[in-house]
Write a protein that binds this ligand. Sequence first.
Ligand code: MV4
Length: 463
Amino acid sequence: MSERKMARGLRRFDTVLIANRGEIAERVKRACLAMNMGAVAIASEADAAEASALEDGGPLCIGPATASKSYLNQAAVLLAARASGAGAVHPGYGFLSENADFAEALERAGLVFIGPPASAIRIMGDKIAAKRAMQQAGVPCVPGPGEPLTDDVEVTCRVAEEIGYPVIIKAAGGGGGRGMRVVRNSAEIADAVSITREEARRAFGKPELYMEKFLEKPRHVEFQVLCDEYGNAVWVGHRDCSLQRRHQKVVEEAPAPGIDAALAAATGARCAEACRQIGYRGVGTFEFLYENGAFFFIEMNTRLQVEHPVTEATAGVDLVQEQLWVAQGETIDPASFDRPASGHAFECRINAEDPETFAASPGRITLARFPVGTGIRVDTHVHDGYRVPAYYDSLIAKLIVHAPTRTEAILLMRKALAETRIDGISTNLPLHVKIFNDPDFVAGTVDIHHLEKRLKEGFCANA
Ligand code: MV4
């Protein structure tokens, strides 16, 4: 990359409070230290017990193990930021990362939220508003109106007829697979609307629903964007995240295989233009369904994502450092991102869970061995003797490989998996070994239902 032009050369902050835990807290800390910034960690009581053995001083304890009383407690995180003297807060992913009120509260307290403006978080948090914004910006969307459904069943049936069955009813406050219902004929409409509306009211406090054409066998392909606050916006590659179980991604790769380069370039350019139109800043992800050679926007994520390393590997960018640069008020030079992806990358999410039943498997890791070598990256916070708490998600490590071609990356991942050893708890390592030996996965053609189909067939039985 060319020399970064220091537009301002001023630092808005010297120290970052990392409002998260686990591997992503380590990842953000590494970026801060690489850029000569201070990093302050926070921890719940469950995590602090682990950290204090390793770090002098250790993290600021912000509350009990229960996330709602610690990592989700805005007042506690804000207090920690103030007490630590940090000038900015990096939310990681999950927890407060897509909370517009939190972003606003930080700004009011004179702190920098390392993420997009609260207004952008708010638009994307409302899936109907997000879709309308994307339609206006020329981003291709799934067929269906960018407007809420009414309770008039006749009108709703007409909307469905226009789209053509099957359709899907989604909650505006949903996302990530929550609050959706497929409808295959007009007889099912009335119940589907009323049930989904009640679920939406209860789960999201927001009863608005919308309708889309239901795509039967799409792939999940997403585009990474990066923006500064002066209207420079670029897309930095796409990823395939089709391999998932119950809306939890298991393996991701970049670039998404078999996508026409001209179509990807046109779609990415639309994403970047949409960012300019809504005044976006920082990193973001446009989620698409990809079916029969076409892209259909579904949602935008306004945070750094778990799977960001596969894009870092193939685009040659450090997305967390870019987040920190633009939060400092630096500019992005679009020309320096205008190059093709290099090689192919995969990420395996290693979870502390039973490989067959998927039940969480917290407890003491007696031994943790990870592979090293060219093209291998491991993002983790665990080590020999680390106790996986039962309170949070089960992600304990991300194994990322990067090689010149997809075939070589598959070979490298098989070797890296074979060299990974985690004793003391159960992990999904056996599942990953199966996946990287699955002919359909190796062929690069699997849709969003593939893994669950394989699991039903007994893919991982006595793994
Ligand atoms: C869809 C769809 C088919 N058609 N929308 C699930 C998560 C949420 N982000 C959107 N989701 C879907 N929306 C239309 N119009 C299928 C899914 C879907 C899915 C999407 C991405 C990855 C995995 C998935 C698993 C089941 C359903």
